[in-house]
Ligand binder design. Structure first.
Ligand code: CP
Length: 326
């Protein structure tokens, strides 16, 4: 049954196959070509947590392939507010739509949706668990940027910064990058927000070098990719912000002092752009090393590729394309 629940289901070959489909989708994503391979299909976009990028880009990707989208946002606008179970919700919706994208605050809940239905289910983020489509578009961005710079992913130095405990994007991205060879991971966070041990051990089993540190300035030295994350305050139970001060902010002065001219600065967004916030600073907005909006743009072709592959139409896309007329 075709589903996208975790990056664990990918081999390196499967990732590269998906990226070839994403490359093919680029003219459609850039509105130069039109394809209607999903004409007549309906997507159910079920978001029980806030989202801008994932919800809208999955919806736009489906529409640009000729399909239609039904959206439900928040518990209050679904009958789960009246106590309906995930099983019943998923089972009912599978009679209405042809695929589901689900974001839910509980880890493992999207897999529960998938067990109740035969239609493709895509994990749009399950609590602190995973965000596989974000990791795929992040890795796609890294590959495209490295290709432009004449570099490859094997052997790269990746610095992951911020809330590595609850940040589901860094969980999925680390596991995907583990498929490559001889990487160096510098995991920069306060001790209370360290990467889960099972992911650190998984990186070690794949023979990658892993360094864990609280020292932001030292940790960024020599990195090919700096991937910053927002502190996931909404998932905090009893941790405080102690130890996570504005000195963790990644800003122009820090990047100029410790990063090289080809270092990629990435973030899944949203970021906290308020002055003094301990996140990726907006003063980097005009620095060409900042890849955040190239990441968001790449969300469309990658999510088109995910739909085309899960719905078995990837081989029809090329022949279905015609010129856009606007
Ligand atoms: N990166 C990401 O998941 O963004 P949204 O929360 O806006 O979907």
């Amino acid at each position: 049954r075709p589903q996208l629940l975790s990056v664990d289901q990918f081999s390196r070959e499967a990732v590269e196959d998906l990226f070839r489909v994403a490359d093919m989708m680029q003219p459609i994503a850039r509105r130069q070509k039109i394809s209607r391979v999903l004409e007549g299909a309906v997507l159910g976009n079920l978001f029980f947590e806030a989202s801008t990028r994932t919800r809208v880009s999955f919806g736009a990707a489906f529409c640009r392939l000729g399909g239609s989208v039904c959206d439900t946002t928040g518990f209050t606008f679904s009958s789960m507010a009246k106590g309906e179970s995930i099983y019943d919700t998923s089972r009912v919706l599978s009679g209405y739509v042809d695929a589901l994208v689900v974001r839910h605050p509980e880890q493992g809940s999207v897999a529960e949706f998938a067990r109740a239905t035969n239609i493709p289910v895509i994990n749009g983020g399950d609590g602190p668990g995973e965000h596989p489509s974000q990791a795929l578009l992040d890795l796609y961005t890294i590959q495209r940027e490295f290709s432009r710079l004449g570099k490859i992913v094997d052997g790269a130095h990746i610095a992951l910064v911020g809330d590595l405990k609850y940040g589901r994007t860094v969980h999925s991205l680390s596991k995907l990058l583990a498929l490559y060879r001889n990487l160096r991971f510098t995991l920069i966070s306060p001790p209370s927000l360290e990467m889960p041990t099972y992911i650190v051990e998984q990186l070690g089993r794949h023979n990658h070098v892993v360094v864990q540190t609280e020292n932001l300035r030292a940790g960024l030295q020599g990195a090919d990719v700096v991937y910053a994350t927002r502190i996931q305050k909404e998932r905090f139970a009893d941790e405080s912000f102690e130890g996570y001060t504005p000195e963790f902010q990644i800003n122009q002065a820090l990047v100029d002092a410790v990063c090289g001219p080809e270092t990629l600065i990435m973030h899944p967004l949203p970021r906290d752009g308020r002055p003094g916030a301990n996140d990726l600073s907006t003063d980097l907005n005009h620095d060409s090393r900042l890849a955040i909006f190239r990441q968001t743009d790449n969300g469309i072709p990658v999510r088109m590729a995910i739909f085309a592959t899960l719905m078995g139409v990837e081989h029809q896309v090329r022949h279905s394309m015609r010129d856009a007329s606007w």
